[in-house]
Design a protein around this ligand. Sequence first.
Ligand code: XCC
Length: 674
Amino acid sequence: MEPRLKARQDCGKCLINQDVYERIKGKVLTAPERVNKRGMKPCLFGKGGTCCNVCHMGPCQIIEGVEEMRGVCGATASTVAARNFCRMVAAGTATHSDHGRGIAEAFYSVVHNEAEDFEIKEKAKLRMVAHYLGLDRKKPIKELAKEVAVKALEEFGKQHGRLAFLSRAPEKRQEKWRELGVESRGVDREVVELIHRTTVGVDQDYRSLLKASIRCALADGWGGSMLATELQDILFGIPQPIKSVVNLGVLKEDMVNITVHGHEPEVAEALAIAAQLPEMIKEAQKVGAKGINLAGICCTGNEVLMRRGIPIAGSFVQQEIALATGAVEAMVVDVQCIMQNVTTVAEAYHTAIITTSDKAKIEGAIHIAFDHHKPIESAKNILREAIARFPKRDKKDVYIPKKKMDVVAGFSHETILYMLGGRFRASYKPLNKNIINGRILGVAAIVGCDNFRVKEKLHIEIAKELIANNVLVVVTGCAASAIGRDGLLSPDALDLAGESYREVLEAIGCPPVLHMGSCVDNSRILIALTEMVHTGGLGDDIDELPVVGSAPEWMSEKAIAIGNYFVGSGTTVVFGPTFPTENSKIATNYLREDFNQMFGASWRIARNASEFVSIMIDHIRKKRENLGIDKPKPRVLYDMAMRRALGAPTISPFHGLGCFGPTHLRVEPEEQTQ
Ligand code: XCC
């Protein structure tokens, strides 16, 4: 193995755009300063999961093993830690799933001709989704789309049975879920039930609580998130590799700069269309700007980067300093991960913070409700507000750092299929083959947030070391932006890959780290893993694959929901540097050992980059050993029949659309276009 990279001593987050931070110091308090100036460290009970505040006899601080330090009601540390963990899973599931419901509602309006401007872009994908929703995929597109809209919305409120997309998982995994009784019913039902279990005097067995958390989390990964991703793809297009740029240097001095921030792509898609309209460009020119420049923040940014190549100005930790460039006319936000402080920072400049969702208003912001029946009209209103701010920009205040980095994004699981297998034989076969022959050691995901409290640049250090060790790395969320800033999403980073991995990459021509999208797009990874299982040679279930996940700087509850659905689906995940059940060894051990018994995957904790990489690589090696592919294989000599078999892959009707699984259906060519 290559030597491990040394951990940095300085604060990675402050160094990202130190020059901009210096300029607002003393003017406005920002998050990195608050971390230092708050005067107290995070509460140890709260951080480790043993502060109980589900009733008002407390909050009770619990110490495991100390009788007097159980809750007033007698709640143990393991129960309280498990409850708090469950609440995070429920919140994360609710968040992704309400995003999914929002897009399902928009989809419903579009296909029922109640909305202008958007239309179905991916008909073949619509048919695939229809099939998994239990519909007759051969119906005419317009009729089918209406049925898909209704069915998709019903998935949220379903009371019985199981979520439709669970049937996309490998057969063995589905059996496991059935046996363990963790098949999710409706998304809403799982969230409500899990919250119910955690209230005073309900479920008081950490084992029962933690097992229930899987049922809820699966409703996120294979439910709300997957529906969000699939419906977004159908409406806005399946991402394909696309070049772009990341970091604050994407802002333009001579243009009206608008950052789109949050998670749902609908508003940003409409803004992207409206910003190109000659009438809007003229309006911008009238106030002295050359045009309108859109740039993304957080996952809304990832959504429009993946599909349109719109540059990313910043990740979660850069949202305040994007405003502190003094060059942003408006920050348009939808939902999630928007720090309340953005309005305070914006007040120091000419910038408008524009909220667009009735679910997410911020004191001090302007609210322009986005009407998904009239997306472009709504977008124009937003653009006009931004354009009106341009003349108020104070040139003395403007400082746009030069730093930006080229990236290639847009690696949907469909793209990976084509990329590896070629246009006519799209398949995961080459990936599996390269894993089996050892050129690729395994696959690792680095996902989730970046975090002001984490000093190291963990994402980058972990990614560098993994690719140097021939591990294929996929990324999503703010981790992807962070890794992009350091150049690892560019084919120019090939030199950093281990020799055998580099050979594979050179043949395909892609970067060593693949950007697979936003937070909800982690569901793309579930499908890619399922494809690897179906392709063969790496076991019959996801837990047999030499793959591992990580969220090295997680901060949002959503990350816990994501981690939990990966574990429930058979992928071990490594989180850190802190973990929300740590104060209860019993609960934490259950997540590691007992979950491993049940799901073939566990939650692991790492404190620094080196620990992350050790756990991840050891895990991949262990899986390789179990599969018997840890040693170089003797050459197998093929006879004619075997060669013929190699040349006759099973072509799925949903060729290139992912997750066609073991059921090989026939689709007539005209079905693709009707
Ligand atoms: Fe939020 Fe998705 Fe985390 Fe970034 S990564 S800080 S959740 S935007 Ni999902």
